[in-house]
Design a protein. Structure first.
Length: 65
């Protein structure tokens, strides 16, 4: 069976936790920060888990991660 290719775009954006879940950073922290509250910006710093509904598709494009 041939090797599977990893999606490099996805590999740069996701990390796998010890339990096998995918960890991602939140969107919206790059620009136009003046209108966002300090609390909102602070919460965008934290990583979060990938939604379980998307996890099956992500595991397919990240076979070796």
């Amino acid at each position: 069976m041939p090797k599977l290719k990893t999606s490099k775009a996805a590999a740069k954006r996701f990390k796998v936790t010890g339990t096998g879940k995918l960890k991602r950073m939140k969107a919206g922290k790059q620009h136009i920060l003046t209108k966002k509250s300090q609390k909102n910006k602070r919460n965008l710093r934290k990583a979060t888990m990938m939604d379980p509904s998307n996890e099956k598709n992500m595991k397919k494009i990240l076979p070796y991660l």
